[in-house]
Design a binder for this molecule. Sequence first.
Ligand SMILES: Cc1cc2nc3c(=O)[nH]c(=O)nc-3n(C[C@H](O)[C@H](O)[C@H](O)COP(=O)(O)OP(=O)(O)OC[C@H]3O[C@@H](n4cnc5c(N)ncnc54)[C@H](O)[C@@H]3O)c2cc1C
Length: 411
Amino acid sequence: MRVAIVGGGAAGMMCAATIAEEYPRVEIFVLEKNASLGKKVIISGGGRCNVTTGIEDISLILEKYPRGNKFLQSAMHRFSPNMVSAWFEAHGVPLKCEDDLRMFPVSNNGTDIVAVFEDIFEETNVHVKYKHNVQHIIKKNTGFVLSFKDQKDLEVDKVVVALGGQAYRHTGSTGDGYDILEQLGHTITPLAPSLNSFLTKETWPKKLSGLSFQKATIFIAGQKKQYTSTGPFLFTHMGVSGPAIFALSARIAFLRYDKATPLAIQIDIFPDLTEGELLEKLQQTREEHMQKTFKNTLPHLVAKSLAEELCILLDIPLEKKNADMSKKELSRVVSHLKGLPLNITGRGAGDEFVTAGGVELSEVDPKTMESKICPGLFFAGEILDVDGYTGGFNLQASWATGNAAGIAIGK
Ligand SMILES: Cc1cc2nc3c(=O)[nH]c(=O)nc-3n(C[C@H](O)[C@H](O)[C@H](O)COP(=O)(O)OP(=O)(O)OC[C@H]3O[C@@H](n4cnc5c(N)ncnc54)[C@H](O)[C@@H]3O)c2cc1C
């Protein structure tokens, strides 16, 4: 049997390696338009490659996928983060789990992850065809014909489409799979960037650029129950960013907002304290420093730059003494610390990590990743309508779906 794996990213590499190791008699072609494999894997996690998550409870892991969590259930049980870690370790790449439960190679080097696959492909029945830019996949009676931009056609029995999404396009993931699959009769759901920073209407975050918080809760104003996200957060020169912002961006990937109709968000920078507790803390600090200015007292609780900005936002004169601060003013400060108001006007251009949306999941068998519309056609990775939060969940989805397709193909 001849199998073509279209796209040599995380999902395609894992699929090819699985087939090569489980079914050595299958002839495998990995077709990649770049001159190397796994470009995105190498730059992932800031070059360190957050391979997977250290969370073990599968139901908790599935909660980290705003889209596709039910679909992933089977693949995730059969190739869980634990099994992924064991797989890489067995292939000579020891992993470590950091305090926030992200797993990285001990070497902190994403190229070690890609090297595992390169070694497997060298030793097995895998032909890696670089600079093979797939244009069309045509279904024939007994198999498929693939056509390329500059190469000869290739005939195979089965095809796995692992072409990724359209985020970080310079890595090769330019969304080519969407057209190719529509031509084969598949539905592509609406697409949107996800895991991105936000631009804000307010310009004051720029003055605080780089100021970060270990834990903040971000929510859409008035919708704390529906859209909320807690985690590390930071101000940037254009707005706000960090894991809590990325998670929120994933939840609201399909909400519309722009300069004319911004979306109001609020940031609680003391998520572990109630308003009452925070007020008590603030009052206590004030009473200890009655003759000092409020501006110089607030830094007992927050960074100096934020303290000053808060005073400006709340019209508290910078020279105002603690003794002159009213309870009403202190309460307003607390309300702001528990819900800093900002208006988001857009996403950081081209800085999203993944594409939300993709191949309509009802058209794919979640156990085998085979198309229900076009037998012999399989999918793996971000091309599917599956995306997760930051923390290793997107690569984990690619490993798991790549493995599931690989196992199913040889059977
Ligand atoms: C900057 C950044 C950092 C990230 N960090 C992490 C992280 O640390 N942990 C995590 O879990 N996730 C991370 N992600 C997300 C994760 O990298 C992706 O979800 C994952 O790599 C998707 O894998 P894939 O194989 O589905 O697609 P891709 O990795 O996008 O691979 C698709 C492949 O198909 C090739 N291709 C495209 N079109 C064609 C064509 N026409 N013909 C032939 N080949 C083609 C591309 O060149 C590419 O090699 C990050 C993403 C970005 C952008």
